[in-house]
Design a protein around this ligand. Structure first.
Ligand SMILES: *Cc1c(COP(=O)(O)O)cnc(C)c1O
Length: 847
């Protein structure tokens, strides 16, 4: 259990992790021992490693508490404009290490645990990931919370406290198997339940016309119980709140059963209403249209808006008139950002509160509401756009459906004024889709109900204006903006890559942690042999560490001097893991055709979860595993090609894998990946990218220069042109022998000898209805991979390009993204000023 001294020295080199002052170390030790005794109720003889993890987590949490309380007091006293980020997903990962880093107490904790004879890294491994997200969208929300706290914004993240997060993926016999993610099993030391702020949320019932207006009656009530988690800024004494709602039955739920004598049934039924916050829907970029999901979305919005209005009313401004609250100042005090359309029911819900409960006129309510909301679009894939059926809405939220119809009525009146008699345009702009069973287009509702609409990368924001929301752009061009995504450099460099962080800090100091543009200074160091070597050494250390872990966990031997070629992201047809797989097969065939030839050795790793109901994505995983099985067991191949399926890709695995990557695969069909954020993580960690001109790849190329990235394939415009003239996969198949061989092998069972028909469906898609044009980009992809190989043979040139990647990644800090949201959408200036540090009571004073 003892930490080797060498590791400890390494972690102390950089002062960003704080200075291990004797006094701090001794305080940490005292607090740790106190928690072991009083919180865990254990002594050292019977403590398990998990007890030690919880004792440490509570010790670190103690350091947050005063800052958290004082930050919230500060907001109450200053009453700044608040930002409310509404998201159905927060993909937070672990909190312990991130909290120590942001508080600057990592070195003190390292040293204290070392002195106690404990291995802090081993304890960190016992923390469950908070996996309340599917992929990029949920991780973006997590990065944004970190940046908003670091930029001193009075921000709140609101969402759902799912009892089960994203499933754990097991690979069994080359197939995905899902296991429930029971992440709260051992308790969550980072959350604080707040039963005193419980809020009622209604469903079902009907609308009654009364002399005083509409009334929603006979509804069923579920309570929303808030759980707060701290969000510390980076060394600025700011601690914001993420408030997640959990469903609770009311005390008298189904009391009528009780009166009928079925007490047991009444108690059992309580659980049913608590199902609302039971489990995260595991779809990425796919709309399922299930009733429980609609309830989740509304549950979160309703509870959150009541909380926002309660806070507005209790603020100095809102409470100035105790008789009746004026909401005139609401837009100056509140900004609400909708992370995709998932929280779109917040728009009719705020209107309902204003109209039915607060007595505002339609004009007043609409004017205030539209100045508060802003909407971020995350995808242009039609199957991902939320379109709730009118009949389901009518059943579950009858009053909201009425309000949506009225919003549509006013909206279409405006359209008719601008384009009289243009019925086609009216129908395209309507919130209601009339063909087939009637649906509400939630993106349309969000655009109409917001003052700002943004895409998440420059190209994506252009596509929105040109294609999917073209009519809305023509109606209100002033609403449309771009906010290119970003990632937090705290987690995605400082925390996950200490070796590279140290190498950088040694040359340019530590300002880059909060001003990532500072990394541009590294551009001057590409000819500095010692620095180039330091970057290479950091990468090699990270690769060795990963190789060791892969050997321990999967019993696979990997050659750490081979190129680590990595594609990790959700499995989806548009992300084209199949194209990567076709490159693997092609490389394999080339080695087999020329056994004595010299090939640049590669370890190709692919990881990611498939939605449990997405058959094609699951088949893609099976194919990759089947190919891996053939390639890895062919003695001719040796260690020139290895293929590894990385099981259970999640935030914590990303933190281990990305720092070890040489090559990052970002190969979506141009026009389909809204931004990507995985691409940015790899760039920041000194991997080179092979990618298409899609999403943020384009802006990455602009920042680093065309010569520092491997670009292949069609552009968005070329994809459009191909769609127009008609795509025929057979043409490519017939004219490219390597492609044909590879497809034939998949087709005829070469990789699935026990089940030769296994991959017929996949091949049928590729040949006959491929929406993502894999064969059209195949040739260009393979040629580009050959260029990658050539460069890998020149380690120095490769390393210089790595440095150019790192040095050009400043733009992709989520601090930059959030500063732009603040200035251009929310009306809030970022601030790097610190709050005063609280007086930290010494452990013995506290008693
Ligand atoms: C960053 C991240 C993603 C997003 O990756 P993309 O390549 O942009 O799709 C998905 N999952 C996890 C765990 C991540 O950390």
């Amino acid at each position: 259990m003892a930490t080797p001294q060498s590791d400890l020295d390494k972690r102390k080199q950089i002062s960003v992790r704080g200075i291990a002052q004797v006094e701090n170390v001794s305080n940490v030790k005292k607090t740790f021992n106190r928690h072991l005794h009083y919180t865990l109720v254990k002594d050292r003889n019977v403590s398990t490693p998990r007890d030690y993890y919880f004792a440490l987590a509570h010790t670190v949490r103690d350091h947050l508490v005063s800052r958290w309380i004082r930050t919230q007091q500060h907001y109450y006293e200053k009453d700044p404009k608040r930002v409310y980020y509404l998201s159905l997903e927060y993909y937070m990962g672990r909190s312990l290490s991130n909290t120590m880093i942001n508080l600057g107490i990592q070195s003190a904790c390292d040293e204290a645990l070392y002195q106690l004879g404990l291995d802090i890294e081993e304890l960190e491994e016992l923390e469950e990931d908070a996996g309340l997200g599917n992929g990029g969208l949920g991780r973006l929300a997590a990065c944004f919370l970190d940046s908003m706290a670091t930029l001193g914004m009075a921000a709140y993240g609101y969402g759902i406290r799912y009892e089960y997060g994203i499933f754990a993926q097991k690979i069994r016999n080359g197939e995905q198997v899902e296991e429930p993610d029971d992440w709260l099993r051992y308790g969550n030391p980072w959350e604080k339940a707040r039963p005193e702020y419980m809020i009622p949320v209604n469903f079902y019932g009907r609308v009654e016309d009364t002399p005083k207006g509409k009334k929603w009656v006979d509804a069923q009530t579920v309570f929303a119980m808030p759980y707060d988690s701290p969000i510390p800024g980076y060394k600025n004494n700011v601690v914001n709140t993420m408030r997640l709602w959990s469903a609770k039955s009311p005390c008298n739920f189904n009391l009528q059963f009780f009166n009928d004598g079925d007490y047991i049934q009444a108690v059992l039924d309580r659980n049913l209403s608590e199902n609302i916050s039971r489990v995260l829907y595991p779809n990425d970029n796919f709309f399922e249209g299930k009733e429980l999901r609609l309830k989740q979305e509304y549950f979160m919005c309703a509870a959150t808006l009541q909380d926002i209005i309660r806070r507005y009313k209790s603020s100095k401004f809102g409470s100035s008139n105790p008789i009746r609250t004026s909401f005139d100042a609401f837009p100056e005090k509140v900004a609400i950002q909708l992370n995709d359309t998932h929280p779109s029911m917040a728009i009719p819900e705020l209107m309902r509160i204003f109209l039915d409960l607060e007595g505002l006129t339609w004009a007043q309510a609409w004017s205030i509401s539209t100045r508060v909301f802003a909407y971020t679009n995350h995808t242009v894939l039609p199957e991902a756009l939320e379109r709730w059926s009118v009949s389901m809405l009518e059943h579950i939220l009858p009053r909201h459906l009425q309000i949506i119809y009225e919003i549509n009525h006013h909206h279409l009146q405006n359209v008719a004024k601008k384009w009289p008699g243009d019925m086609g345009r009216m129908s395209r702009l309507s919130l209601i889709e009339e063909h087939g069973d009637k649906r509400v287009n939630m993106a349309h509702l969000c655009i109409v109900g917001s003052h700002a609409v943004n895409g998440v990368a420059a190209i994506h924001s252009e596509i929105i204006k040109r294609d999917i929301f073209r009519d809305f752009y023509e109606l209100s061009p002033e609403k449309f903006q771009n906010k290119t995504n970003g990632i937090t450099p705290r987690r995605w460099l400082l925390l996950c890559n200490p070796a590279l962080s140290d190498a950088i800090a040694e040359r340019i100091g530590e300002d880059w942690v909060v001003h990532l543009d500072e990394l541009a200074k590294l551009k001057n160091l590409t000819k500095d042999a010692a620095f180039v070597r330091a970057v290479q050494t950091a990468k090699q250390e990270n690769k060795m560490r990963l190789a060791k872990q892969l050997e321990e966990e999967y019993k696979v031997k990997v050659n750490p001097s081979s190129m680590f070629d990595i594609q990790v992201k959700r499995i989806h047809e548009y992300k084209r893991q199949l194209l990567n797989c076709m490159h693997i097969i092609t490389q394999y065939n080339r080695i087999k055709a020329n056994p004595g030839g010299s090939f640049v050795p590669r370890t190709i790793m692919i990881g990611g979860k498939a939605a449990p109901g997405y058959h094609t994505a699951k088949q893609i995983i099976r194919l990759i595993c089947a190919v891996a099985n053939v390639v890895n067991n062919d003695p001719i191949v040796g260690d020139r090609l290895k293929v590894i399926y990385l099981e259970n890709y999640r935030v914590t695995l990303a933190e281990r894998i990305i720092p070890a990557a040489d090559l990052s695969e970002q190969i979506s069909t141009a026009g389909t990946e809204a931004s990507g954020t995985g691409n940015m993580k790899f760039m920041l960690n000194g991997a080179l990218t092979i990618g298409t001109l899609d999403g943020a790849n384009i802006e990455m190329m602009e920042e680093m220069g065309r010569e520092n990235i491997f670009i292949f394939g069609m552009t968005v415009d070329e994809v459009e042109a191909l769609k127009c003239r008609g795509y025929n996969a057979w043409d490519y198949y017939n004219s490219n022998p390597e492609l044909r061989q590879c497809v034939d092998q998949i087709q005829n069972g070469f990789f699935s000898p026990n089940n030769p028909d296994q991959f017929k469906d996949l091949v049928n898609i590729l040949m006959n209805h491929d929406r993502f044009f894999l064969f059209a980009d195949y040739d260009s992809y393979i040629k580009c991979q050959d260029e990658v190989n050539e460069l890998y043979l020149k380690p120095n040139e490769w390393a210089v390009k790595c440095i150019m990647n790192i040095a050009s990644s400043g733009k992709f800090s989520s601090d930059r993204t959030i500063a732009q949201y603040g200035r251009e959408i929310w009306g809030i200036e970022p601030s790097w000023e610190k709050l005063p540090a609280p007086h930290e009571p010494k452990d013995d004073e506290a008693k």
